[in-house]
Design a protein around this ligand. Structure first.
Ligand code: BG6
Length: 485
């Protein structure tokens, strides 16, 4: 079906998210003819610009996006801007005419993208309703983290739920828009060979790593009140864990998939204060060298020598159900690490019988699902090294590179997700109960970590793989973090 005409209202239109992720994704959608010819983009913020100045800013920000100049020109024609105070009801009056006024065509899809602080989600939704901007075909997109704990997330969900139905609410986790993440479902459930092995009988452990070389940069204000537990673990890492651990749904639709993910979240073994000394390591980067460049410490970046905000977390989690009993899930995420790399690694158990004595033991099979920097998948298998010298064993890798196998440009995660928003498909978005189950699990740890008198996060020099304690965490179990070749 051709794309429906849509108005994208980007609330927070001059912010980092809008400029770095949303507008480039919309531009690519335009280039691929996935925006109907009369779709519009309305940027709203407090920056005091007008449409001409906003277009000029957007043109500059999108200069590096690889599309023909004619597409950029066409895209900018769709763009308009208004400066307003989101809390002030009067401010919203200017928006209605931008969306076609009172005689506006209600058959158009209207997307309100809340690229603003979560504390504003509820108030802004109320303003939208009061200003009469919410149509039957409206949708609202909420960026993570939704709240800062269970209670605040419930408050936000209640407030947004007063204005929009659950089917109109798109809680975005852009990891679910990544090709390799969606492919995880297809790999698991579109093939026969994996699923019989996908359980505690054959899998030794799972690792999920999201490592970045970036620091907090311009986002210090937001980040210092969030930290890695709220910014990454509560959403991206847990969503990946859910896709690895979930049971096969009978078919793929928004409720079945999310029902299965919810069951995983509910099966996570509760954490408590005691975990902080053992199965959870919390770190913060000090000054160091990243890619040969000297970079400052986190404390310098946020300009607060007393900040205890974590920029690194490593933890061992358990999914207490029949399939995963006894299989640890090691999660790790950090900023300013030695390399930018996101991957899910499934390590299988060793072969039950050694058949090649004197030639080394076969290494356990590993399935490595790479999300970043390149999307792909590797299966490590044991092979015979060629040659007449006997049965010498060597590890080899079956390699799938998306770029090589499929060619062309891989769509950005936000492109897929924004397209789904217009289509009204919520499958790849978080349902309210999932978000709240994730907070329920994380909250005891957050509370313990924030309680007065706690020690400081463990320091690691920027450009390294994190605090030593994170290595110890996994080595204590006789295992090691996977270092991709
Ligand atoms: C965002 C976090 O959700 O994800 C950022 O707020 C993080 O702190 C980013 O840098 C990572 O996304 P990606 O797609 O670059 O791995």
């Amino acid at each position: 079906a051709p794309p429906r005409p849509c108005d994208f209202v980007v609330i927070g239109g001059t912010g980092d998210l809008a400029v770095r992720k949303l507008l480039p994704a919309l531009l690519h959608c335009d280039d691929d003819d996935r925006l109907s010819p009369d779709s519009r983009v309305v940027g709203l913020s407090l920056a005091g610009l007008d449409t001409a100045a906003y277009r000029a800013k957007v043109r500059g920000e999108l200069a590096d996006v690889d599309v023909p100049d004619s597409t950029l020109d066409r895209f900018l024609e769709r763009v308009s801007y208004a400066s307003l105070d989101f809390q002030d009801p009067a401010g919203w009056e200017v928006v209605r005419p931008m969306l076609g006024g009172d005689d506006g065509d209600d058959s158009r899809v209207r997307v309100f993208y809340l690229a603003i602080a979560p504390a504003l989600f509820g108030p802004v939704c109320r303003r939208l309703r009061e200003a009469g901007l919410v149509t039957a075909d409206s949708r609202v997109v909420l960026e993570k983290p939704i709240g800062s704990d269970l209670a605040s997330s419930q408050d936000i969900n209640d407030a947004v739920g007063e204005v929009f139905d659950e089917q109109q609410i798109f809680r975005i986790d852009h990891y679910l828009g990544k090709e390799s993440v969606q492919n995880l479902l297809v790999t698991r459930f579109g093939n026969t060979f994996l699923e019989p092995l996908w359980n505690s009988t054959w899998i030794d452990h799972v690792q999920i790593t999201v490592a970045e070389t970036l620091g907090v940069g311009a986002r210090a204000g937001y980040y210092d009140s969030a930290g890695a537990l709220r910014d990454m673990v509560q959403n991206h890492l847990l969503q990946l864990l859910c896709l690895v651990a979930m049971e096969p749904p009978t078919y793929v639709d928004r409720e079945t998939v999310r029902d299965e993910k919810l069951k995983v979240l509910q099966a996570l073994r509760p954490l408590d204060e005691g975990d902080l000394g053992g199965s959870v390591v919390i770190g913060q980067y000090a000054a160091g060298l990243v890619d040969g460049q000297a970079v400052p410490s986190y404390l310098t970046e946020v300009d607060d020598p007393s900040s205890r905000t974590e920029t690194f977390v490593a933890m061992k989690a358990h999914v207490d159900n029949w399939r995963w009993a006894g299989v640890p899930f090691y999660l790790r995420t950090g900023k300013r690490m030695d390399r930018g790399c996101s991957e899910i690694v499934i390590t299988f158990k060793p072969v039950p019988h050694r058949m090649f004595p004197g030639n080394g033991d076969p290494e356990p099979n590993r399935l490595v699902i790479q999300l970043q920097p390149e999307e792909g998948m590797k299966l490590h298998i044991t092979t015979k090294e060629p040659g007449p010298g006997g049965m010498r064993l060597r590890r080899a890798s079956l390699d799938l590179s998306y770029a090589e196998s499929y060619g062309g440009r891989l769509p950005l995660a936000y492109e897929r997700l924004l397209t789904d928003v217009v289509r009204g498909s919520t499958t790849l978005f978080m349902r309210r109960d999932e978000v709240e189950a994730a907070w329920t699990w994380l909250e005891p740890l957050l509370t313990a970590w924030q309680s007065p008198g706690r020690t400081r996060p463990k320091s690691y020099p920027a450009g390294t793989p994190g605090p030593i304690a994170a290595t110890t965490l996994i080595e204590r179990d006789g295992r090691a973090w996977h270092e991709s070749a």
